[in-house]
Design a protein around this ligand. Structure first.
Ligand code: COA
Length: 332
């Protein structure tokens, strides 16, 4: 195949969230916490949670269908499906294969990518390379998470933060000069121990950290991740802008990973950007990991907040630990 094109961007975007809303007041009945503490320390008021019997891929499929419709592209035209997830329904088949089947995207290759909350930026980076080289033309990048399924609902340190959701983008050739201008991704596995969710292997140390019977729930050192997140969000944003040779003043809006309003505000302050320039929806959805950035993008796009030619930055950080940022000249 050869569709070589120098400009690659987002042709369509979609998202899907569970209907069930879990409020801070609901959590007050489950653990020793309060609406006041959660709101003040995280900015989260409510989040969306899947029913026990509904798989995460259900959301990814819905988001993908909406993105395809938005792009005006049929599932059969998709060359590759990349699902960024840290909560796949199965280790095998991958979430991407499940979604490929649900969509009837019969031509598409499919693989999952796990860089936790940075997953969408990693996925976009991979898609950009495949299309720029001419190897593929249309790629679905989906951030799809069901964190409720690895949450210890008795651990107040984590259960107030994480939730479920999916966001998807159809990535493909766009008008010259528009689309993804640059991406930057990084990782520091030495810091990985700060957020863990064991799977096929588990240490005694992992077991000791978890009070629940299920020793495979997510555990986090919130304070350490907090400090890392503020620092790395500033670093990744500055680095990707410098590499692209554009400035913060040239940006319409920054889409940060939505983990905690204090992390977002802290990073914005370090960058010296006003709050109006920073997209937030963490109050409604909590931390939905790799789905966070595409859900935000979809909301902003559908609200008409993004105009063709706007420069935006997507910036994420998370488990691994990983980080990444992308500069996009909006092409829709
Ligand atoms: N309700 C009430 N009290 C809580 C609580 C809750 N849900 N969670 C923790 N506390 C308590 C702690 O036990 C502690 O009590 P103590 O002083 O008696 O020991 C106190 O509140 C302060 O805890 P601390 O951990 O210092 O709070 P914090 O202000 O750092 O906020 C996080 C905790 C987890 C919200 C914050 O560290 C954070 O957001 N970290 C980053 C998490 C993240 O984004 N991870 C994902 C990255 S992708």
């Amino acid at each position: 195949m050869n569709f070589q094109n120098n400009s690659v961007g987002i042709l369509g975007i979609g998202s899907a969230l569970p209907e069930k809303v879990l409020t801070n007041f609901d959590l007050e009945k489950m653990v020793d916490t309060s609406d006041e503490w959660i709101t003040k320390r995280t900015g989260i008021s409510e989040r969306r949670i899947l029913d026990e019997n509904t798989p995460g891929s259900h959301l990814g499929t819905k988001a993908a269908k909406r993105a395809l419709e938005d792009a005006g592209i049929a599932a059969e035209e998709i060359d590759l499906i990349i699902v960024a997830t840290e909560t796949p329904d199965y280790l095998t088949p991958s979430m991407s294969c499940i979604i490929q089947s649900n969509l009837g995207a019969s031509k598409a290759a499919a693989f999952d990518l796990n860089s936790a909350c940075t997953g969408f930026v990693y996925g976009l980076t991979v898609a950009n390379q495949f299309i720029k080289t001419g190897f593929y033309k249309y790629i679905l990048v989906i951030g799809c998470e069901a964190l409720s399924k690895v949450t210890d609902w008795k651990d107040r340190n984590t259960c107030v933060l994480f939730a479920d959701g999916a966001g998807a983008a159809v990535v493909g050739p766009v008008e010259e000069g528009y689309g993804i201008l640059n991406t930057y991704i990084g990782a520091d596995g030495n810091l990985g121990k700060n957020i863990t969710a064991p799977c096929c292997f588990i240490t005694d140390e992992d077991k000791a950290k978890r009070e629940s019977e299920n020793k495979r729930v997510l555990w986090m050192d919130g304070g350490e991740v907090f400090k890392f997140a503020v620092r790395i969000m500033e670093h990744a944003t500055v680095k990707v802008l410098e590499d692209t040779k554009i400035t913060l003043d040239d940006l319409k809006i920054i889409f940060p990973h939505q983990a905690n309003i204090r992390i977002i505000d802290g990073a914005a302050k370090r960058l010296g950007v006003s709050q109006e320039k920073v997209f937030t929806n963490v109050h409604k959805y909590g931390n939905i990991s790799s789905a966070s950035i595409p859900v935000g993008l979809d909301e902003a796009d559908k609200a008409g907040s993004l105009k063709k030619g706007d420069n935006i930055v997507l910036v994420g950080f998370g488990g691994g630990l990983t980080w990444g940022a992308a500069v996009i000249k909006w092409s829709k």
